[in-house]
Ligand binder design. Structure first.
Ligand code: GLU
Length: 291
């Protein structure tokens, strides 16, 4: 039997809360139940929002909870060279293009289009699709604007990418916390439009770094929050384009706050450090998240 590999992959851009504890502890429980490996990955590609202080807090919280992870911890900010190599491949294969429009430009473009009675498409998070104009820029013009240091992001040409994949994509989703059964979910990457895959200064995005690392680290089971369910379609497409293996997924329930809304990193009273200071034990945390 092959060894199963699980991972908890937080972004150190704030303090961890009960939702993170549930995700980490569920991964741990499953790794233990299946005799699998348990990894901790620090997803800190956003070098402005992620700080060493928040990372220290993540490590302290995980240690306190008794989350026993393998060393070394993979820190994404130390692997930009690897992401750049993958990005270069997507550039060479003409699956990505430099997108120069600022947020203001995009808003104006969409307002103008909607004034003329056209509903502008939005992704599942409600973010409007990127306008199509930059996709058609001649290569010379792109080069000139990049050379002139215009800000831009690399976006996936989603139609070209879906065409390149050449077949309908799906992923394997477990149906419950005990991973006893699976179903196949149709991947719908086109629902996200031309997603950002890298920035001018940071040669990756969340989607790209996640699939590269899951493959590199041999992650067989991605167990993470329901909020990332439909984004999995984009990740599945990128795996297909890059010939990477596909893990199986379980998107778990979210721990909600007293107001019934998803917890955020600014909700102090569900923060793990705050709960610890108030006298809660790791077992209390397990009970609070239903594990
Ligand atoms: N780093 C992501 C987050 O903190 C999770 C990524 C994943 O599990 O795929 O939301």
């Amino acid at each position: 039997m092959t060894l199963l590999t699980f991972r908890f992959a937080p972004s150190p851009n704030g303090e961890l809360h009960l939702g993170h504890a549930y995700s980490a502890l569920l991964n741990q429980k499953l790794a233990e139940a299946h005799g699998g490996r348990l990894l901790l990955r620090i997803e800190d590609i956003d070098t402005t929002r992620c700080t060493p202080q928040f990372e220290a807090g993540v490590l302290a919280d995980m240690k306190w909870l008794g989350f026993g992870w393998e060393q070394p911890v993979r820190r994404q900010s130390e692997h930009f060279v690897e992401y750049q190599a993958v990005l270069d491949r997507l550039i060479r294969e003409e699956l990505v293009y430099p997108a120069f429009m600022s947020r203001g430009d995009i808003r104006a473009f969409i307002a103008d289009s909607e004034k003329r009675g056209r509903d502008w498409p939005r992704d599942p998070d409600g973010v409007p699709f990127y306008p199509p104009s930059d996709k058609a820029l001649p290569a010379k013009e792109r080069k000139r604007r990049i050379a002139e240091n215009e800000p831009f992001a690399w976006r996936l040409n989603i139609d070209a990418a879906v065409a390149r994949a050449g077949r309908d994509l799906a992923w394997t989703e477990f149906t419950d916390e005990s991973l006893s059964a699976t179903r196949s979910v149709e991947a719908r990457p086109q629902d996200w439009g031309d997603v950002i895959v890298a920035r001018r200064d940071i040669p990756t995005s969340y989607h790209l770094a996640v699939i590269v690392d899951d493959a590199l680290q041999g992650v067989s089971h991605v167990v993470r929050g329901q909020d990332l369910f439909s984004a999995t379609g984009v990740q599945r497409l990128l795996q297909e384009l890059l010939g990477l293996p596909q893990p199986a997924y379980f998107h778990h329930r979210l721990i909600l706050g007293p107001d019934g809304r998803k917890l955020s990193k600014s909700l102090g009273d569900t923060g793990l450090a705050r709960l610890r200071e108030a006298g809660a034990s790791p077992d209390d945390i397990r009970r609070m998240v239903g594990l």
